[in-house]
Write a protein that binds this ligand. Structure first.
Ligand SMILES: *Cc1c(COP(=O)(O)O)cnc(C)c1O
Length: 382
């Protein structure tokens, strides 16, 4: 029943998502077995078999890891996926398991807001950190001698995009590994391994699980040796997902295509409505045909995400806008079925204007949501 074998590329994303990772059917057993709560497993005599201690492996993770692997790399049986307690646990597992003192790494200068903290930790361990913005290929200037290139495309929150295939080729030519943070696109929007990356890493907290109730992360990679180091990192740091979270995530993956298609189509509608408004500047959505990132995005993305970014003239205007919204919660994170938006500058980290808003488009009816946004823009005007 698993679709990872021959013909996996001929089925549609919805078909793949509803079946992803399911075990072979067993009479009188459920389709998706419930979470296995176990700190340890029966283990008489020799240590054999996959399940011995709950920090190392768990059958609920195994099924979810298979599901994510089928979506990230359909038909490629040699890839391995490991799930983690959060996106940051997954990101740290790659960086800290692959890099040694004296190595150099290239990070995005406009990436996820925790990356500066990661940078300080890498530097404390004697790793040289170089940065380059996501758009514009400046990564090429700082690749020489680097051990790892870290890409976040589309970037959060600026929604810039880089040419993953081109950068991966350049990095490999210089002997560097390539990791892509695939959080914003989801595996239905982009498959980094097919574009040449060695690792696809993501926060499953966002659109992958999509209900704002689970923290999760994962790493998918094709190099067995590199993945063994990532697995060892998970074991020694213990940044593991609880079985309940892993099961909830797997249950949510079944509706991934439905959610992504609905939310992303509405995100485009919201972006098109915002584009008509004179008080909106810096509008970004990679799916808008005239977005600066659209050309590159269209080469490598199959869907453009559910996040729209834009700037209102002042901090006060942005705050009034957020308060005036009825259908959009003022909250961080993104990808959930309920729309959220926030003034990103309130966190202090991102180099964005005071009036910059990151909006995550949910599964509400598109007309309702567009009407709410337009009404809140009107009401927030002085
Ligand atoms: C949220 C996010 C992360 C971190 O994920 P957590 O699950 O919150 O640890 C990493 N990268 C990107 C692009 C994100 O949006």
């Amino acid at each position: 029943m698993s679709d990872t074998g021959k013909g996996a590329d001929r089925i549609g994303d919805g078909t793949r998502a509803v079946r992803a990772g399911l075990p072979e059917p067993v009479k009188n057993e459920p389709t998706l077995p419930g979470p296995v709560f176990a700190a340890h497993f029966h283990l008489p005599g020799e240590v054999t078999g996959p399940y011995s201690y709950g920090r190392d492996d768990n059958p609920t993770w195994t099924l979810l890891e298979r599901a994510i692997g089928e979506l990230e790399a359909p038909g490629q049986d040699d890839v391995e996926t490991l799930v983690f307690a959060s996106g940051m646990a997954a990101i740290s597992s790659v960086l800290f398991s692959q890099l040694r003192a004296g190595d150099a790494v290239v990070l995005p200068s406009d990436g996820y807001q925790v990356l500066p903290l990661v940078r300080a930790q890498l530097e404390a361990y004697g790793i040289e950190v170089r940065t380059a913005p996501t758009g514009g290929d400046a990564q090429l200037e700082v690749l020489d001698g680097a051990r790892l290139l870290w890409i976040e495309s589309p970037s959060n929150p600026g929604l810039d995009v880089c040419d993953i295939r081109r950068l991966a080729e350049a990095a490999h030519a210089r002997g560097a590994l390539v990791a892509v943070d695939n959080t914003l696109a989801t595996p239905l929007g982009q498959r980094p391994l097919e574009l040449g990356a060695d690792f696809s890493v993501a926060s499953g907290t966002k659109q992958l699980t999509g209900h704002g109730d689970v923290l999760l992360g994962y790493v998918t990679g094709r190099d067995a040796e590199a993945m063994a180091a990532v697995r060892r990192w998970r074991k020694i740091v213990g940044a593991i997902s609880g079985p309940m979270e892993a099961w909830l995530a797997h249950r949510s993956v079944a509706t991934l295509q439905l959610r992504v298609d609905r939310q992303n189509a509405t995100a485009l509608a919201v972006a098109e409505a915002l584009r008509q408004r004179p008080e909106v500047s810096g509008l970004r959505y990679p799916g808008l045909p005239d977005d600066p990132a659209h050309k590159v995005a269209a080469q490598q993305m199959r869907r453009y995400g559910c996040v729209v970014s834009f700037t209102l003239p002042t901090r006060a205007r942005a705050e009034r806008f957020l308060e005036a919204l009825h259908l959009v919660e003022d909250a961080t994170s993104f990808g959930g079925v309920r729309s959220t938006a926030e003034r990103r500058r309130r966190w202090g980290g991102d180099p964005v204007p005071e009036g910059f808003i990151r909006m995550s488009v949910g599964a509400e009816d598109p007309e309702d949501l567009v009407a709410d946004v337009l009404r809140a823009l009107d009401e927030s005007a002085e």
